[in-house]
Design a protein around this ligand. Structure first.
Ligand SMILES: Cc1cc2nc3c(=O)[nH]c(=O)nc-3n(C[C@H](O)[C@H](O)[C@H](O)COP(=O)(O)OP(=O)(O)OC[C@H]3O[C@@H](n4cnc5c(N)ncnc54)[C@H](O)[C@@H]3O)c2cc1C
Ligand code: FES
Length: 322
């Protein structure tokens, strides 16, 4: 997994993207109209040079592939799909934080929905995804059947924050705290960490979501979990989770992944700071603000303390600063 914290697309086959062409690149100061280079990119690829080489134009964006649905499993309020995808898309998107936009080919669905990619094995020609049937974008998947065609656009990489922290984590102890939709991308995180010889404990807050959804997701990926309530009635981190985090850190735990709302992510980061455990690495899901995934719609933008406009869909933001 190669992660560039400056931009999820930097140096990929989608770079330079439309942002470079229009002077809004998140990496290169020169394509944004400045005379000097203050680029911190360490990948050895100059965005300006790539743009010039491409005639001043962005590289073609992500393709949409018409893919056959090979497996459909219905659970209470959800559907799990396995979808046949081209080998290139499979190899690029099967990693923590990988996601695709999906739409049914027939007229019942007209809006592309971002969905996290779940996987057990590489190079099998398919990707997995669990869609919670909730509202306007996801309910059209209720009646999907094996053999149907799904339009899949991807790969997108920035579905998690703290990707570098995950990449660094090897042969240690990790804790995954998940709630609601945040459980879905966290499944791949747990599996990824296990594949790197880490001991992974998964704690799931069962509140709000039918228990069958959690059981379905975790059984499918053979992950055992402890139920753990993340927030108390006043909206603070519960006593149980504070104890769990403290015990984890004292016992040499190295990384906590939080698959929950930004509010919970912030509480966990603040709690670690309050007990003086800034050494514990943090990663988290990045789905609260994302919409287009391309740095274009502005849904995920934020102005930082140093007056920089950042795009959560493109950049890796320090989990401790969200
Ligand atoms: C990078 C990324 C990965 C995602 N992965 C998955 C996935 O694997 N499976 C999946 O089912 N959905 C996933 N989502 C969310 C999905 O794209 C839809 O936004 C969501 O399913 C609701 O869409 P809707 O129109 O059906 O419901 P809406 O009518 O928009 O919402 C119905 C309910 O769901 C809540 N909700 C909507 N979006 C989110 C969100 N992002 N996080 C938490 N609660 C939310 C709303 O507050 C509301 O209560 C992901 C989103 C992103 C950005
Ligand atoms: S999601 Fe549209 S700009 Fe980031």
């Amino acid at each position: 997994m190669i992660i560039n914290g400056l931009c999820a697309d930097y140096g990929s086959r989608y770079c330079p993207c439309i942002l470079a062409e229009t002077g809004g690149c998140v990496v290169c100061s020169q394509v944004n109209g400045k005379d000097f280079c203050d680029c911190k990119a360490s990948g050895g690829i100059c965005v300006k040079e790539e743009l010039l080489r491409n005639g001043g134009k962005a590289r073609p964006g992500r393709e949409t592939y018409a893919c056959e649905v090979t497996t459909v499993m219905h659970g209470e309020g959800l559907v799990f799909l396995r979808v046949q995808v081209p080998p290139m898309l499979e190899s690029e998107v099967k990693r923590p934080g990988g996601f695709v936009f999906v739409r049914r080919q027939d007229a019942s669905s007209w809006y592309d929905v971002p969905i996290s990619v779940q996987y057990e094995e590489m190079n099998v020609g398919t990707i997995g995804m669990t869609i919670l049937l909730r509202g306007v974008k996801t309910l059209p998947f209720r009646e999907i059947a094996a053999g149907d065609t799904l339009l899949v656009r991807g790969p997108y990489m920035n579905g998690l924050l703290g990707l570098q922290q995950l990449e660094m984590q090897q042969a240690g102890r990790c804790l995954v705290l998940a709630k609601g939709i945040g459980l879905l991308p966290s499944v791949s995180v747990a599996r990824y960490l296990q594949s790197r010889r880490n001991e992974v404990a998964v704690c799931v807050d069962e509140g709000g979501f039918p228990a069958s959804i959690q059981k379905f997701c975790l059984d499918l990926f053979e992950l055992s979990y402890e139920p753990l309530t993340l927030l108390d009635a006043e909206g603070r981190l519960s006593v149980e989770v504070r104890r769990r985090i403290e015990r984890f850190a004292t016992d040499g735990g190295e990384l906590i992944h939080v698959g929950a709302s930004e509010y919970v992510i912030r509480l966990v980061a603040d709690y670690l700071a309050s007990i003086g455990r800034l050494d514990v690495r943090l990663s988290a899901c990045n789905n609260a603000r994302m919409c287009c995934g391309e740095g274009v719609c502005g849904a995920c933008t934020e102005v930082t303390a140093d007056k920089r406009v950042i795009h959560h869909c493109k950049e890796q933001v320090n989990v401790r600063k969200i």
